[in-house]
Design a protein around this ligand. Sequence first.
Ligand code: BES
Ligand code: MN
Ligand code: ZN
Length: 490
Amino acid sequence: MLAIRLLVEPERPDTLVLPVRPGPADDAPARPAPTDVALPDGVAEEAVALVPATRSTGRPGEVHAQLRPGREPGRLLLLGVGEGDEAAWRTAGAALARAARDETRVTLVMPTGVAPAAVRGLVEGLLLASYRFRLTDAGAAPALAGVDVVVADPDAHAGAVETARTTARMTRLARDLTNTPSSVKNPEWFAGQVAANVAAVDVPDLHLRVRGPEELAEEGFGGILAVGGGSACAPRLVELDWRPAGARTHVVLVGKGITFDTGGISIKPVPAMKLMRKDMAGAAAVVAATLGAAALRLPVRITTLAPLAENMLSGSAFRPGDVVRHYGGTTSETTNSDAEGRLVLADAFAYAVAELKPDLLVDLATLTGANAVALGKRTGALYSENDGLAADVLAAVAAAGEAAWRMPLPADYVEHLGSDLADLHSSPDRGAGSVMAALFLREFTGDLRDRWLHVDMSAPSWAEGDDAELTKGATGWGVRSLLRWLGTLG
Ligand code: BES
Ligand code: MN
Ligand code: ZN
């Protein structure tokens, strides 16, 4: 990960980065952002002339380079930072990481009076856009090793840098887990990665329990066992508990952890299956957010459940028409083994409601292709009966630079969950795929029904190309949003 240093003055940089703001009115020219930092001789005057000469507009993320052969610094980068809010700085930081990928170290001079939130945006943009996945990424690695950020008052920004660094580190962890091929990433491996990262975070009050197939059978986790039954790699249930002294709120996070989704006996066609190694992105996000909360010592209790299974087809796979008995005894009829995510989540919900009794229940899941049909490739589908909880989480999602849209839970559709064989039908084929999945999940929320929030994040969990702070592949969607939201709870 890029090394970020806060400095009070530039240390003879080769490349100096100067922020540019748009003019105060639409037709006013852009200009270098004023700064209290002492610049090398002549640089401030040169920047004033360069802004119009390069046709800089100050738009966030716009970069213009100017070479200065034989002089120090040898290169100036003009970096558009828009109005200087957190989102604009995030975009600018991401653009800088890409524009400076062949430098080894650059120095960025911050404007007068810059807010800690802006520094947070900058650092998150730098650290997220410079992410690459080590196993599959071809091409030369970027040379950029560090960014020096020069501010008049470094101490005022140390906390923002630390929060941004932890947020980015955990988002990158979620991306790594999600990008990993399923030849490596089975349920046992994922649980082992959680254990290794718990050890790496190294804080007291963070506890991990992993249930294997025997314990799952003894305790009646029938959904996880049914979905995982067709695979040579047995399922697991990760239970990660961050239990800081004095916490007043207890949140349970649940993440769908299908390490590969073939569809099972209801097998997916080739195009739909090719990216199904990402079907554990929800589990990766909730685990990474919990590790981040512990690293930041957020004063909220979090129990995170990641039901992990590989949805395969074999002689031991569950079948369409089977009845699954979930944790706690509720049964569901399955007519499509490709609707597996809701079956493993149902067990985790029922366990949380009966045994953990939290204040709030939040789940993230790559649950349906219908998420992208309804909302496109960038926006999660958010469901909750609780207006306050939905508003709080949507605000955190927006502040974090992610996107979600609240969807309905229509009472009229509940009748489609009826079954002749079982308490519930898990995969009624009545359209509204993402909505029906959410309605099925709601049946397992018990007395937490109005304190539950679900995000179907199938679509935004993956980026088809590099774009701002997203790098092609897994996005780590939800880690940033969850950490923002958890940070608001006491
Ligand atoms: N993992 C898929 C959903 C998915 C699709 C995630 C595309 C990411 C990208 C899920 O298990 C699934 O197969 N859902 C089915 C549900 C249907 C069988 C009711 C779907 O969306 O088609
Ligand atoms: Mn599926
Ligand atoms: Zn799936």
